[in-house]
Structures are given as structure tokens and as C-alpha cells.
Design a protein. Sequence first.
Length: 386
Amino acid sequence: MSDLLSRIKAVSREVGFEVIGVTSVEPMLRDLAALSGWCSSGYAADMSYMTRQPELNASPGRLVHWARSIITLGVNYYTAAPEFRHENRYGRVARYAWGLDYHDVVKAKLGELSDRIRSLMDDAGFQARGFVDAVPLLERAAAERAGLGFFGKNTNLLRPSQGSWFFLAELFVNIDLPATGEPRQVSCGTCSRCMPACPTNAFAGPYLLDSRLCISYLTIENKGPIPRELREAIGEWLFGCDVCQEVCPFNRFAEDTNWRHLRAEHGKGQRIDLIELLGISTDARFREWCKGTPLTRPKRRGLLRNAAVAAANIGCEAAVPVLSMLIVDDPEPLIRGHALWALARLELKRASKFADAALRNDNDSFVREEAEAILSGCFARQESKK
């Protein structure tokens, strides 16, 4: 079987997977305990898919009942940030979302890898099923057990020679392969740069992330309002956040990806024009604008919510007209409310007039709460402290 594994590793690299390991389908009991504790502490926020059946996430054999082994794979997505002439109208996008949607790109390669392994096996009974971050599976735990890396204090999986800029994927197969995991010999040591660097103080401790405070959660998975007390700390981030990875010393070893469809030129890139985004008035136009990229995840209502917050944080006065229009005309209360908050950060007098009108004409409770906050004078008090 070791000869077969060597050939599988070779064809995996030919397909494009830089990192390959193998683990069993046995339950991940240590990680189940960690997940259960994390969920019971409330750190999963409203991500019900994490809390619904924790034991299923840690039981690969239940996910694919006929599987005997899991081939775990890593895909480097790092691209160096191009030089950017800063203008006061752009929001930042997390590096993983610069190009096309990794789910689609990597899943296609998993299909190719499955076919290549089938040809190696020359066995009509060979079965394989691939996954990319879309099923109840503790992917990082499986990858760690296969020897792909170690858990960092920022909760990312780190490779000493590469850092953390890589996606994970799995190919479940019905053949017994030798496991590749080795005892962990590398750790973060005394380094904890990621924890104080977090703009929203989302780390409850080393290796412990409170999603409720995490910018990536707040701007992507969060379906509701961004808590008012966290909005300013989000800064210019429009979609996701990379701060805890950017400060990690292991990431100084990162090299540009060979997966061209994950590069910025194939997607929306690292910076998004907030004025353009805020001007997208329908769901259909939004889907067309971000088609094939990860930016579809929060939908129009979520991404325009984020855009309003980012525009206010960077002082984008050019956004005042479009924010004013959204407050009056947009059908989504989530967008109206955040646009009202953003306008108050940019032009308090104008926002006060819109807030007064909202209390008279807008029946949504969230929008009314934002209007009341403006008229209560809290924004004026904030300005006086600056």
C-alpha cells in the first residue's frame, strides 16, 4: 500500500495539490470535546450548522459510510498584494476571496484526482467522494491528524514551511491507505502576535476564537446587524479579515499560488469600489456583479451592510448621496439601518433629518433603533470625544 500511496501523492501533485496526507475515518474524539466546549460557550454565534450535531462533525465514518481512508489535501491560495494607490472609497477583501470561488475551483480538481486514482487502481470497485468546506466535517482536525500542519493560536492550521494561506479539501476513498500523520514537533511557542492584533479582540484565549467578535464572521456568516459597538473596529474590511494571518511569522514563507483561478485577476480582487457596490440596487444585479466569486455568500443585503460600515469608517464622503438614497428607497431594513448609521458618521446633520423621517415613516424596529440612537445624541457625544 505504501507504493500505491506514493503514486497517489505523485498524481495529486500533478493535478495541483501541493500538500497531501492520509488519515483514517476513525472519530476525532479530542476535537469533538473541543468543539462541544466551544459551542457551549456560545462562541459559534448563530452558526447552527456547527452546533446542531457536533458528534457528526467529528465522525468521518458516518459522513461516508463506505470510506476506509481520507486523503487530505492542501491548496495554496496566497497571492502577494499588488501595489494599490489608496483612494478613500475602497473596502478590503480577505485574500481567500480575491479570485474565483474556491469551492468550485478545487471541487473540479478533486474530480480529476479521483479519475487519476481510479486509473491507478484499475479496479471497477473503486469509490471516491470529494469535499471542499461544505459538509459537517472538522477539516482542520482531519488535516492535522494526517500531518498537514499544526493548530496555531489564531486557530488556523499552520505549516512551518508555508504558513496558513491554504485551503483544505478531502477525498474519501474505499481503500486502506497508511496514515501519514506524525507527532507534532512545531508550535507557536511563546509567540502570540495574532491575539492583540485582532481589531475586535475576538480571541478569548490562545487557540480560542469567539465568532461573535470575529470580523470574518460578522461580515460573512452573520445574517443580522453588525453590533453597533463593533462597527468602527471593522475598519475598511468589506468581506472577511486577514489580520491574524498577516501578523503570523510563519506566513513570511508564503509563495504565490500556482492555481491561476484563485488569483485576483480572475475575481473581484483585493479592493472593492464601495460607491459602485452601494449603487447595486437589485439582487439580480448583485448576483451578476459577483458571479463565480465567494462574495455571493452574504448576499446583497449582507455585503451592502458591510459596505456602508466600511464607507463610514474610512470617511468616504463621496458615499453620502448613495447612502441617503438607500435609507429612503432600499427594501432591505438591514441595509437601511446600516446606511443610516454610516451617514451619521459622515454627516450628522443630514443623518438627523433622515432619522427623524425614519421614525415617522419606517416601521422596521432595527431601522427605528438606529434612528433613535442618532437623535439621542450619542453620535454628537462620540464626535466631541475625538
